[in-house]
Design a protein around this ligand. Structure first.
Ligand SMILES: NC(=O)c1ccc[n+]([C@@H]2O[C@H](COP(=O)([O-])OP(=O)(O)OC[C@H]3O[C@@H](n4cnc5c(N)ncnc54)[C@H](OP(=O)(O)O)[C@@H]3O)[C@@H](O)[C@H]2O)c1
Length: 250
């Protein structure tokens, strides 16, 4: 198997941790980022047990300067082949409020949009210089739905989706693939907090398996589970006012 260097943000939990485990094998170097040091280290230990070389670095992705410096250093020490920006922050507006609390709104915008956009931009330059590489942005199926209960989450993910498609257009001629991953409900701490039905729920390990298999084909977009491909397509066919009314009543 060829040597591969893979960066995964949000590797201390959920989908990111499952992706780290699924890519862990002899010959793989994993750079794992998250905030919670003990949880991140537990994932690193599991990945080393599977034969990967692992560098785990706990820090807050909202510190853009720290992220930019780490990315540049990490890539200079050995070219990153695959950069997966998976970290994300969920949040629903409490029923007795009109909008997300300002601090949480800012954190969600930074973690879900600004940080992956800045990170992917840095990786784009490095990878284009080599004429190869793959950038993965983990969005959400929420990017296609104007969700009244979580406007910041839906908006930040919609922005990320547009960024991913636009960046793909710019990077493809330079040999760099850009893929947007749009998950539906995946059984992780983020969705466990929702306290509502989670149709077509997938485990994080199953989601990672699907994402990894599909990423090998370097597609523009991955929607999972498959049922959401159809739900999204049908929703896009609905007149917007009707879609908004359905979402309001749901
Ligand atoms: N689960 C779902 O149903 C679902 C559906 C659609 C999209 N997604 C997307 O999938 C991605 C992964 O989510 P998940 O379900 O695996 O959620 P999760 O289990 O809550 O994991 C989120 C990850 O993001 C990291 N993170 C959050 N804020 C951070 C910050 N400021 N700095 C550094 N790292 C930070 C967390 O680190 P710490 O835990 O160490 O703080 C954690 O590793 C997210 O982008 C999410 O929006 C999930």
């Amino acid at each position: 198997m060829p040597e591969t260097k893979i960066l995964i943000t949000g590797a201390s939990s959920g989908i990111g941790a499952a992706l780290a485990r699924s890519y862990a094998r002899p010959g793989a170097t994993l750079v794992l980022w998250g905030r919670d040091a003990p949880r991140l280290e537990a994932v690193a230990v599991e990945c080393r047990r599977r034969g990967a070389a692992v560098m785990a670095d706990p820090f807050d992705l909202r510190d853009m300067a720290a992220m930019a410096q780490r990315l540049a250093k990490c890539d200079a020490e050995g070219a990153i082949d695959l950069a997966i920006f998976c970290a994300g922050l969920g949040g629903i507006v409490p029923p007795d409020q009109f909008a997300q609390a300002p601090q949480l709104a800012q954190a969600m915008a930074e973690v879900n949009f600004t940080s992956p956009v800045v990170g992917a931009g840095i990786m784009s330059g490095a990878m284009a210089g080599r004429g190869r590489g793959q950038i993965v942005l983990v969005g959400s199926i929420a990017e296609s739905f104007p969700l009244p209960m979580s406007p910041v989450y839906a908006g930040s993910k919609a922005g990320l989706a547009m960024f991913a498609e636009a960046l793909a257009g710019r990077m493809t001629p330079h040999g760099v693939a850009v893929t947007l991953v749009s998950p539906g409900y995946i059984d992780t701490p983020m969705s466990q907090q929702l306290n509502k039905p989670r149709p077509f729920l997938l485990s994080a390990d199953r989601a990672a398996e699907i994402i990894k298999r599909k990423l090998a084909r370097r597609p523009l977009r991955i929607v999972l589970p498959w049922q959401f491909i159809w739900i999204r397509a049908l929703a896009m066919l609905l007149p917007r006012p009707l879609l908004r009314r359905i979402l309001r009543s749901a």
